[in-house]
Design a protein around this ligand. Structure first.
Ligand SMILES: Nc1ncnc2c1ncn2[C@@H]1O[C@H](COP(=O)(O)OP(=O)(O)OP(=O)(O)O)[C@@H](O)[C@H]1O
Ligand SMILES: [Mg+2]
Length: 388
C-alpha cells in the first residue's frame, strides 16, 4: 500500500499515531502537574523500562501537557559522556532567563543567576555564560557535586516561586547520572518539596535506576514515584498495531494480527517496525497473514540496522564476548554463574565487564545474582549477528 501514507513510526521518541496502554501514567503526570500548579507538592515521577518501550514518547507527551498548563518546561537528555554539571547549568540558565523578565530581574532570580555563575565557575572549562551579574560565591561552588546541585536547583525553585511560574524539568536517560549527581537530584527534590517551590521533575531511564540498595531506595521512593513502563499487553498491543491502520480505513485479518502480536511480543518499537513493513508489503485491506510473513524479514533487517546494531557497536570486544555467552544460554534473565560456566571462567572474574555493561546500559540486574539485557529480544539479535 501507499508508503507515503504509512502510519507506522519506528524511531527514537517518535510519537505513535496510537499511543496505547499508557493512560495510567499520563493521568499520574497530569495530576502531579495540576497539584503543583495549584501551589501544592507531590512526589516527582521516575519512569523506567527497557529500550524501545516508549519512555521518551511519554516524557514528550507529558511535556506538552505541562506546557499547556503554563509550566515552563526544560528537556534534558543525558548520554554516557555528558558532564551533568554542564548540562544542568545550561538548563537552569535557560529556565531562569525564561521565567524572569531580564530587564527587570527580581531579587530571587538575580540571586539564582549569581549562584549559577558561581556554579559554572567551579566547573573546569565550564560553559562561558555572558551573565552580567556577580557570582554569589560560597553557594553552589563547593566542588561537591551533590550539594552544589541542591544549591542551584533550590535557587531555581525560589526564583520560580517569586515569578509565580511553575517549572517542570524532564530528564531522559537518567541511568547515565553519576552517583553524586543522582544523590544531588534526590536531595534537591527533597529541599524543593520542603520549601513548597513550584518545581517538579519527570525523569525516565533504564531499569537499573530502580535497582538501588534498600536504604537508597526507600529515600528515593519518598521523593519520586517509580512507574514501570512495560511492554503492551492484550488489547493495548492490539490498539497499537491496529489503530494506526484504522485511521486510514485499513484492517488486518485475525491471523495477520495474531502473527504480528506474537512476533513483536507487545514491544512498541517492534510493533511500529513490523507494522510499517507489513503495510508496505500489503496490496489491499484487509492485511493478510501472507503480507505479514512476507514483511517479516524486511522488518528484522530494519530492526537490526536501526535498533540493535547501533547499540552493539558501542561495546568493547570483552563486552561482546560476555553478551555472546548470555545469548548462547538462550533467553534471560541469566544467572551470573551460568554465564561464567558458558565462558569457562570464574564468576568473580566477570565483575568488571558486568559493571561496564551495566554502566553503558546494555544489561541490568533484575535481582541479586541475575543479569538481563535492557534491549528486548537482544539475545535473538546476538545469535543472528554472530551466527551462533
Ligand atoms: N504506547 C505506545 N503505543 C504505540 N507505540 C508506541 C508507544 N510508545 C512508544 N511507541 C513507539 O515505540 C518506539 C520507541 O519509543 P521511545 O523512543 O519513546 O522508547 P524509549 O523507551 O524511550 O526507548 P529507548 O530506551 O531506546 O530510548 C517509537 O517508534 C514510538 O512511536
Ligand atoms: Mg528514549
Amino acid at each position: 500500500m501507499d508508503e507515503i501514507k504509512n502510519p507506522y513510526r519506528p524511531g527514537a521518541g517518535t510519537p505513535p499515531v496510537s499511543l496505547a496502554g499508557r493512560d495510567d501514567q499520563i493521568k499520574k503526570a497530569t495530576t502531579l502537574l495540576k497539584i503543583v500548579q495549584a501551589g501544592g507538592s507531590d512526589r516527582s515521577l521516575m519512569l523506567y523500562g527497557l529500550r524501545g518501550v516508549g519512555k521518551t514518547v511519554l516524557l514528550n507527551h507529558a511535556e506538552e501537557i505541562a506546557a499547556s498548563l503554563h509550566f515552563h518546561v526544560q528537556h534534558l537528555e543525558l548520554s554516557e559522556k555528558d558532564d551533568f554539571r554542564r548540562e544542568i547549568a545550561k538548563t537552569v540558565r535557560k529556565a531562569l532567563l525564561a521565567i524572569s523578565l531580564v530587564d527587570n530581574l527580581k531579587e530571587k532570580a538575580k540571586r539564582a543567576l549569581g549562584i549559577l555563575k558561581a556554579f559554572t565557575l567551579a566547573i573546569p572549562d565550564g560553559p562561558e555564560f555572558k551573565l552580567d551579574i556577580d557570582a554569589v560565591l560560597g553557594t553552589g561552588d563547593s566542588g561537591d557535586l551533590n550539594s552544589d546541585i541542591v544549591d542551584l536547583l533550590t535557587a531555581l525553585g525560589d526564583a520560580a516561586k517569586e515569578a509565580g511560574r511553575p517549572v517542570c524539568l524532564f530528564i531522559d536517560e537518567v541511568q547515565y547520572l553519576e552517583e553524586a549527581a543522582f544523590a544531588g537530584l534526590l536531595a534537591s527534590v527533597h529541599r524543593i518539596n520542603q520549601k513548597q517551590f513550584p518545581v517538579v521533575f519527570i525523569c525516565a531511564g533504564l531499569p537499573q535506576i530502580a535497582a538501588l540498595s534498600a536504604d537508597a531506595k526507600s529515600y528515593a521512593e519518598r521523593l519520586f514515584e517509580f512507574l514501570p513502563i512495560g511492554r503492551l499487553i492484550d488489547t493495548e498491543a492490539e490498539t497499537a498495531l491496529l489503530g494506526p491502520a484504522k485511521t486510514q480505513g485499513v484492517n488486518f485479518t485475525d491471523e495477520a494480527k495474531d502473527f504480528l502480536l506474537a512476533e513483536t511480543e507487545g514491544y512498541p518499537y517492534f510493533i511500529q517496525e513490523f507494522g510499517k513493513h507489513t503495510w508496505n508489503a500489503a496490496k489491499a485491506s484487509p492485511i493478510s497473514l501472507e503480507d505479514a510473513t512476507n514483511a517479516r524479514d524486511a522488518a528484522i533487517v530494519s530492526l537490526d540496522d536501526s535498533f540493535f546494531k547501533s547499540r552493539i557497536d558501542r561495546s568493547t570486544d570483552a563486552e561482546k564476548e560476555f553478551m555472546k555467552a548470555m545469548a548462547q544460554i538462550g533467553t534471560g534473565p541469566y544467572k551470573m554463574g551460568d554465564v561464567a560456566k558458558q565462558k569457562g571462567v570464574l564468576v568473580n572474574s566477570l565483575g568488571p565487564v558486568r559493571a561496564t555493561l551495566i554502566g553503558k546500559g546494555f544489561v541490568y540486574a533484575p535481582s541479586h545474582g541475575l543479569i538481563e539485557f535492557t534491549v528486548p529480544q537482544f539475545d535473538k539479535f546476538i545469535r543472528r549477528h554472530f551466527k551462533i
